[in-house]
Design a binder for this molecule. Sequence first.
Ligand code: ADP
Ligand code: MG
Length: 729
Amino acid sequence: MATLRFQALNELLSRAPKDVTLPSNKVTDYYGQSVFNEDTMRKYLSSDAFKAVKAASKKGGSIDRKEADGVASGMKTWAIENGATHYTHWFQPLTDGTAEKHDGFIDYGDDGSIIENFEGKLLAQQEPDASSFPNGGIRQTFEARGYTAWDTSSPAFIVGTTLCIPTVFISYTGEALDYKTPLLRSLAAIDEAATAVCQYFDKNVTKVHTNMGWEQEYFLIDEALYQARPDLALTGRTLMGHSSSKDQQLDDHYFGSIPERVAKFMIELEIEAHKLGMPIKTRHNEVAPSQFELAPIYEEANLGNDHNQVMMDLMKRVAGRHKFRVLFHEKPYAGINGSGKHNNWSLGTDTGVVLYAPGKNPKSNLQFLTFVINTLMAVYKNQDLLRASILTASNSHRLGANEAPPAIISAFLGTEVSAMLDKIVAEVPDHKMTPDEKTALKLGIGRIPEIILDNTDRNRTSPFAFTGNRFEFRAVGSASNAAVSTTMLSAAVADQLKEFKVEVDAIIETGVKKDEAIFQVLKKYIIACEPIRFNGDGYSDEWQVEAAKRGLTNITSVPESLATYLDAPAKKVLVDGGIMSEKELEARVEVDLEKFVYKIQIEARVLGDLAINHIVPTAVKYQTQLIQNVQGLKDLFSDDEYKTMAGSRLELIKEISEHTSAIKSMRKEMIDARKKCNKMDDGFDKAKAYDIEVRPYLDKIRYHIDKLELIVDDEIWPLPKYRELLFNC
Ligand code: ADP
Ligand code: MG
């Protein structure tokens, strides 16, 4: 019987693109049709119920039980009209995905007959038995209940036949058990802090919201090939595979024409996404073969992040219809580019100003510089926190490894803004400013080009780059929930803005004018956070040396990076800032450490199994053939002739033995190392031990497998090879 590999390759030959029809050429004809958005609410809700939802969403929270019945009834009517039979509280537990438990609208009526029912209490709050979600020890089994509560700032939507209600997920004792709750808290914190700072410049500002524009990178692979690679299926990445002779050297994939089968997948995906009210705009081929990207127009951060989560789920489902699998892992294939999720982050006011875009006059530019400089300062002070928010087992293959932004956090500003910062340092005097000095400075600031968006120089190697009207946190991993990086960044900037306000106010109290006080503090900050500014090549070895000289931290170990969550600077931002309680923070670190251990443990097991039951037997089979061949030669030919003929084969036979013995002994050592680590109680020690004692075996064993792949007869090699995995779309 043909191996799965050859069955898969055969299946591939018969693949045809799936037909997809656009509902209409005008996206506006169907955009948002599966969302209970404002327009729909106006139609289906009484004006009181509508007002109640709007008020709740503005203040950020769930709806009052009193109004909930009216809202639920309108929502149910709309949902049933649009094909829903079930509803679910949709939430984001501390796993790699989202959670949903579907309940039917089906119920008994008062007279015992079957009816469709959906009451306010089912909409507003639920108590799922959620004892199987990670909680870092927050919940004992006796209080295992958690509850979910509607997040009214994110509208309900229908997927398939289920009405999904975005919710927060909280323990019975009130602690956050999800990614959304801290995100919402951080967005509230930055709203408060940034609004107060905006007041220096414009009294009309009453609210500052955070924007998020994510760019999701991913790989596609044919389903049959995926199924033939247990490592991909179980760990999301290939644990073995010799590099393909050709991969991305010729740069012929990036922005290349999109393969038809993939284009059809993308079109269907966009149709579904647009129906769900996600403003998807961009699609293109990425650098590595079979790698692609998708991006929406930016949205308010909480909604934007919900959409990213819904999208990742949608991508998997739509891919299935096209016989693809989506790989979100940051590094599914060794040796070629991995995937990120660039997190474009900015702040905007309720007066319509994007605070990271230069304005039209000195005043608005001073506001712009205030936000840019405070952000730099926040990044400088919270390098460790920001790193901890993105460094996971899978993303560690990018950060600080052989590709992508290093584990050193730095910020890129581009020449225009850098020059302006240097100007402030040079021109703000230590004495009280003379009117002439003030005028000169303001004139200079007024000269920042209003639109630097399209002509900011780009730096692809920077983990955190200013791109004209926003910062782009580029080091975020493709598989991650971007709520975490957004939470930490927003919380850090909120903390910094609060401090800024205190400092400026203190100077104003001494009789200095507002603008001058702001200039003084900004100058101090620019000097202080100088080390974080880096416009050069972040991938270079020189930068590692230079960054160390500057005193920037460079932590590549995941457990050590996670431990910095519990250091004083992070606690100041998170605990003092009201984003997480001490208990929540500790629980989260524990969950992340545990996740790290499990990921490595699973990879180690999968590799060990495949090595022993796929690779070694195949190598031995081939070796046996060689031995028989050599024996045949010996029987047929004279000693001298035999020696010349069999020499290289004998070498090969030995080589195979060397590799298989190495694999077998290292596998045993790896199992012993795991056993030792598993006995450890402390979460940090265990994670660290897994990192140091187990993880290296993954590469060491792989080395021998990949060597065998090169020598063993292709016809019996059981696993699809890189050249097959990478070029199948
Ligand atoms: P690239 O960075 O590859 O040039 P785009 O210019 O298309 O890509 O932008 C990437 C993402 O950044 C998009 O989601 C876009 O909407 C978003 N974006 C643009 N401006 C802002 C902003 N002020 N705040 C947040 N995100 C933004
Ligand atoms: Mg970008």
